[in-house]
Design a binder for this molecule. Structure first.
Ligand SMILES: Nc1nc2c(c(=O)[nH]1)N(C=O)[C@@H](CNc1ccc(C(=O)N[C@@H](CCC(=O)O)C(=O)O)cc1)CN2
Ligand SMILES: Nc1nc2c(ncn2[C@@H]2O[C@H](COP(=O)(O)OP(=O)(O)OP(=O)(O)O)[C@@H](O)[C@H]2O)c(=O)[nH]1
Ligand SMILES: [Mg+2]
Length: 437
């Protein structure tokens, strides 16, 4: 796999000021040398040179060419970057020329895959590179840059080391039970250790759920009685007249979507039909959609109408397990104690502050955050294995009977960093990357 030299266009395929064609692999320098006016083979590492790309002696483009030498490059292999005039046609011609000289067209994410396989980065760092490209909010980008810098390894390595130490101790106890210098490991000493690991993993998982929300945006549903001012609130949050507002209860029938970034945190907003008993077929379907949206939300903003006479909504089953913020609307005519806003006049600052307070926590701390589905799945498996080990010991089992579960947990944690990996899973992971990354 690491014997071929790959090439790809790393900039977007559209006319632009400059485009970059990348080469990576053992023949990168030689292939570049065969098409460049200057001497690439003797060009010092990490330098850029001016020259011409030549095809059969004919000049194709005037370019800048950079050289990186293994292992000090993005991919960890020899690399060349050609900075061309950014037209789609000329960029493609240069790529074709490189392919004709023996380079192989890269697969999506293959430069980053090389970086992983040469050991320059771990798998969590590779995932963070893609997270950076797909980030849609400042908060998402902040988590990604920490990930690129290796935050996941920093977070997990102490735990992995602790577990490995215990495994080693169990094995020594099995192999040399009579050995005097080895401290004997009993279920009594091991059990609290395992409980602590379960807690540690649990805390990481809790924060990971938060990291995941930040990455995809917080699915936020605006819920309430008809006429409470939900659509007005959506419009105020978006600063745009997106949803229809009238004084007729039951105006909103279908779900209306919007997206807003609040201090770097993305809210995926859904305005919904007011919830009430109704015989109207269309409205009924709308109410059902409101309930469904609420069930799938991360955050429910319950809008209360101080002018309404009907009973408040009682939604325990809908909001269970999610963040709930209750606001009184129409503060311009009927201010209330507690969170009180006016969607109509745009005075919604108290609500914004409450949202910030709920979701900002942890964002500016330097503490690392997991956010990938793959990583979280593995972490859950590690936790489940540790719980098995805990149960074995609690049932009076000896440490060596819990070893297999502890080992399983250990291997899940290592898999997060890619220290054990399966080729097909790597294929799936890197296929989500851009071509040329
Ligand atoms: N032109 C260009 N811009 C780019 C990239 C690139 O590959 N090329 N990157 C990627 O897509 C990102 C930068 N990431 C990079 C990460 C590591 C190395 C690198 O050469 N690392 C070596 C040397 C470090 C050093 O000189 O201190 C190393 O880690 O050993 C380069 C780029 C964003 N911008
Ligand atoms: N005075 C005042 N009126 C408001 C406020 N917010 C909304 N309204 C009015 O309340 C009525 C209903 O507003 P909407 O935003 O359509 O209410 P809704 O909750 O979306 O209603 P449905 O879609 O029918 O469920 C409109 O006449 C709005 O102008 C507010 O903050 N103050
Ligand atoms: Mg509405």
């Amino acid at each position: 796999m690491l014997t071929k030299t790959i090439a790809a266009i790393s900039t977007a395929l559209q006319d632009g000021a400059i485009s970059i064609i990348r080469l990576s692999g053992p023949d990168a320098l030689a292939i570049a040398d065969s098409v460049f006016s200057g001497d690439v083979l003797h060009q010092p590492a990490n330098t850029i040179r001016y020259g011409t790309i030549l095809k059969d002696g004919e000049p194709l483009d005037e370019v800048l060419l950079s050289v990186f030498r293994a292992p000090h490059s993005y991919s960890g292999m020899d690399m060349v970057e050609i900075n061309a005039h950014g037209g789609v046609l000329i960029t493609r011609r240069i790529l074709q020329l490189l392919l004709s000289k023996g380079a192989v067209l890269a697969e999506p994410g293959e430069f980053t895959r090389q970086a992983f396989l040469t050991g320059r980065i771990d798998l969590a760092q590779a995932e963070a590179v893609n997270d950076m490209i797909t980030a849609t909010s400042d908060a998402g980008a902040r988590i990604a840059v920490q990930g690129i810098r290796g935050s996941v390894r920093k977070l997990l390595e102490p735990l992995i080391d602790d577990i490995l130490n215990i495994i080693a101790q169990i094995e020594v106890n099995i192999d040399y039970p009579e050995y005097e210098d080895v401290e004997e490991l009993t279920s009594e000493t091991l059990l609290p250790e395992i409980t602590r690991w379960i807690d540690r993993i649990g805390r990481i998982l809790e924060r990971a759920a938060f990291g995941q929300q930040v990455k995809k945006g917080i699915d936020t549903v605006i819920l309430g009685r008809p006429n409470a001012g939900k659509s007005s609130l959506l419009n105020a949050l978006l600063e745009e007249d997106k949803a229809i507002v009238t004084d007729i209860p039951g105006t909103t029938r279908d779900v209306v979507e919007g997206r807003v970034i609040l201090d770097g945190i993305q809210l995926n907003l859904l305005d919904t039909a007011g919830i009430r008993e109704t015989e109207d077929t269309v409205e009924k379907l709308g109410v059902e959609r409101s309930r469904k949206a609420a069930r799938e939300a991360d955050l429910v903003i319950l809008v209360r109408d101080p002018l309404a006479t009907d009973a408040d909504l009682d939604l325990p089953e809908l909001v269970e397990g999610k963040q709930l913020i209750e606001v009184w609307n129409k503060s311009d005519v009927a201010p209330r104690e507690g969170l009180s806003i006016s969607a109509k006049t745009g005075e919604i600052e108290p609500l914004l502050q409450e949202i910030r307070a709920r979701f900002e926590q942890g964002l500016d701390t330097k503490e690392a955050l997991l956010s990938s589905e793959r990583q979280i799945g593995l972490l859950r498996r590690a936790q489940a294995s540790m719980m098995n080990a805990q149960a074995v010991l609690q049932d009076g089992g000896l440490p060596d009977m819990a070893e297999i579960d502890i080992q399983e947990a250990h291997s899940c944690l290592k898999e997060i960093l890619g220290e054990v990996h399966r080729e097909d899973l790597l294929d799936a992971l890197f296929s989500r990357f851009c071509l040329g990354k």
